[in-house]
Structures are given as C-alpha cells and as structure tokens.
Design a protein around this ligand. Structure first.
Ligand SMILES: Nc1ncnc2c1ncn2[C@@H]1O[C@H](COP(=O)(O)OP(=O)(O)OP(=O)(O)O)[C@@H](O)[C@H]1O
Ligand code: SF4
Ligand SMILES: [Mg+2]
Length: 353
C-alpha cells in the first residue's frame, strides 16, 4: 500500500458470541477489506443491522476484532494471525501460483496498545443524546477528552481549549456550564463533534451523525464536518443508511449487505455505474430530481426480509433476495475483486458465471 493510505482493513471479521448458542454467534462483520486514503471521505451505506456501526467500532478497536488485520498509517494495530494471501512487496498485489491460486502466508498475532491511537482515531456516535453523559456538563465532557490525553498544561489553557472547541462547532463558551438535556439534538451532536475534535484526531468514524437530527439542521452538520475536514486535513469514514446522504460528501463509497462489503468504488462512478445487484437496488430507491430520469429509472423492490446474521445464507449472503441468483450463488462465496479500475465488487455474475 502506498503512503497515501491512512487506514487499511483486510478480511476483518467481528462476531458476537450468543450465550447458550453454539457456533460463532452474530456474524456482524464478515471478511471486510478496504482502505481509506489520507484526507478522503469513505462513505459506508447499507440497511439497518447490516453491520456499519460494528465495522466502525471494530476498526477503532472499541470492539476487539474476531479475525483480520487493521493497518493504521503503515503500522499493524491488529492482526488475528490467520492464513492470508501473500502480497508482493512492491506492487501490494496478491502473489499467485502457476495455477492462478493465491499464495498464502500465516501472519503473527498482533494487538497493539491502543492508547497512542485513541487520540488519532475518533468516533462521532449515531445517537447524540445517548453518547453524552447526562450528569456531566458540556465543559466537563469536552474537558475529559483533553485530560485523558494530557493535552493542557494548566487550567487556564484547558478552559481556553474548551472555549475554542465550542466556538469551532458553532456553540459558545456559556454552553460549557450546561448539561446535555438542555440542548437540541443538533446542538448535542455539535458537542459530540467538539469532544472528538478535542484530541486533534487524524481519522474520524462519523457514525450516522445526522440521522437522528431534524432535516433542517442535517445539512448544517454535514457542512460543518466538511469545513473541518478541509481546515484540519481530517480523514472520515462516513456511515449512513442511504446513498443520497453520502454520495455528495464521499470520495468513495462502500456498500454493505448483511456484514459483507458487496461493492466499493468512486462516488460518481458507483452512482453512475453500479455493478452489484444490491447497489442497483439501493440506487433505484434514491429520488431523482429530474422527472424524466425518475420515470425512466425502474424501482427495484427486494422480496423477503433480511436474513439473520446469526444464521446467514451460504455462498453469497444476498442470494435469498437477489433477482439474479443462480445455483453457484448458494454454494460459493463470491470473491471481492477489482473489476474496473478502483471499482470493487463481489458477485458471480461479474465473473461470467
Ligand atoms: N454488542 C452486540 N452484541 C450482539 N450483537 C450485536 C452487538 N452490536 C450489534 N450487534 C448485531 O450485529 C448486527 C449489526 O449491527 P450494527 O449495529 O453494526 O448495524 P448497523 O448497520 O449499524 O445498523 P443501524 O443502521 O440500525 O445503525 C445486528 O444484527 C446487531 O443486532
Ligand atoms: S453472487 Fe449471485 S446472489 Fe450474489 S449478488 Fe451476484 S448474482 Fe446475486
Ligand atoms: Mg449503526
């Protein structure tokens, strides 16, 4: 991987064991591989329960991964020690044998102390009210982040920093003495953003930062996050339910279905030319302002419910709902591959099967 990449995830899995039930439990994140370049926004979309939050939290190691690898700024911060494809040192591409099969290697188990990374990798939570301690004032909430990482050398400097952060997110210094319940949802989310920014992070997982907010203030928060990205050179993973929210702010977009990443590509390209059947379905539901285009676009409605991640379908996890499913889809898991430049997907159709 080149120096432009801030974060790389390889074959990441997160399973939640279920008491009294044999087997792996809830397979919330299954074999996700992606990278995020420095200064870019990677959007992650998918239906409720498809594993977006779990992916974000596992990347930050707020949840310990079940398997896979996480590399942050060139340093491996987690390695489950599984057998993985051997990569060419120069190109970063998997090495294949004479039959075209990937050459495998077993990596060393690694789980670094996250303390130095906690500062660099932050999260803005999905539900602003639940993520703020109701017994703490806003000043204490933001100040706590400063204290954990010893970022202020005096009380005066600490107060100054809190004031500066509140101003930065569009609040004022008087707000420091108030409690979270005294704020609107949008203001609470601003407090959550100030808390994340307090430690001068490089990377922020924005977990549906606007979905709990009134439509009228959603764009204010998005604009603020974009301005901060430009000003501070931040890298974002921006999680959302639907494509219409992420497509304007993301450089690239990853689409998840039942724990797996099914497609990943440049935002414009993915919207213009989706190659996975599930992405096509998602896009068909996005309203189009042009009535002619809207009429021409056929809305695809999926049959059936999302299966349980405790007992996911064999082969392609989407096969129980995919209009194009064939025998092979039930039997073999499609490989997540780069089909066009910077455009990845996992589907047997693309293999000509
Ligand atoms: N701590 C946990 N213990 C057990 N199961 C969990 C836990 N957290 C999430 N899950 C399960 O993992 C799956 C993925 O959940 P997750 O919260 O990551 O989805 P999501 O895509 O963020 O959904 P939403 O859009 O509703 O926020 C779900 O089936 C959920 O019930
Ligand atoms: S692999 Fe098969 S079931 Fe899965 S998306 Fe492609 S066609 Fe549909
Ligand atoms: Mg979520």
């Amino acid at each position: 991987m080149n120096n432009d990449v801030l974060l790389e995830v390889q074959n990441l899995k997160k399973y939640f064991p279920v008491k009294g039930v044999k087997g792996p439990g809830v397979q919330a994140v299954e074999n996700v591989s992606l990278f995020i370049k420095k200064g870019e926004t990677l959007g992650i979309v998918g239906e409720s329960g498809c594993g977006k939050t779990t992916l974000g939290r596992t990347i930050l190691r707020l949840y310990e991964p079940t398997a896979g690898r996480i590399i942050y700024n060139g340093k491996v911060i987690f390695d489950g020690g599984e057998s993985i494809p051997k990569l060419d040192k120069e190109s970063g591409e998997p090495i294949v044998d004479k039959n075209g099969a990937p050459v495998m290697t077993t990596s060393k188990k690694i789980a670094v102390d996250m303390k130095p990374y906690r500062r660099k990798m932050q999260i803005i939570f999905q539900d602003p009210s639940a993520s703020l301690d109701p017994r703490m004032t806003v000043g204490e909430i933001v100040g706590e982040a400063i204290d954990i990482h010893n970022l202020a050398s005096s009380k005066a400097q600490r107060d100054e920093m809190i004031k500066g952060l509140l101003n930065e997110v569009g609040l004022n210094s008087e707000h420091a003495n108030r409690f979270p319940h005294e704020f609107s949802g949008g203001q609470q989310q601003r407090v959550g953003i100030a808390r994340a920014l307090a430690v001068k992070p490089e990377f922020i997982v924005c977990d549906e930062p606007i979905s709990a907010l009134d439509v009228s203030i959603q764009s204010q928060i998005v604009n603020m996050l974009e301005d901060m990205q430009n000003e501070l050179g931040l890298t974002y993973m921006f999680i959302a339910h639907d494509l219409s929210v992420v497509r304007h702010i993301s450089n690239r977009i990853g689409v998840m279905y039942l724990g797996s990443l099914v497609e990943l590509g440049e935002s414009y390209e993915l919207n213009r030319n989706p190659i996975h059947p599930y992405t096509k379905t998602l896009l068909s539901a996005v309203p189009v302002p042009d009535p002619q285009v809207s009429r021409a676009r056929q809305r695809i409605v999926l049959e059936g419910d999302i299966p349980s991640p405790m007992n996911p379908p064999t082969g392609c996890r989407f096969h129980t709902r995919c209009p194009y499913a064939k025998e092979i889809c039930r039997e073999q898991t499609p490989v997540f591959k780069e089909y066009e430049k910077d455009h990845w997907a996992a589907c047997h159709l693309l293999e000509g099967n």
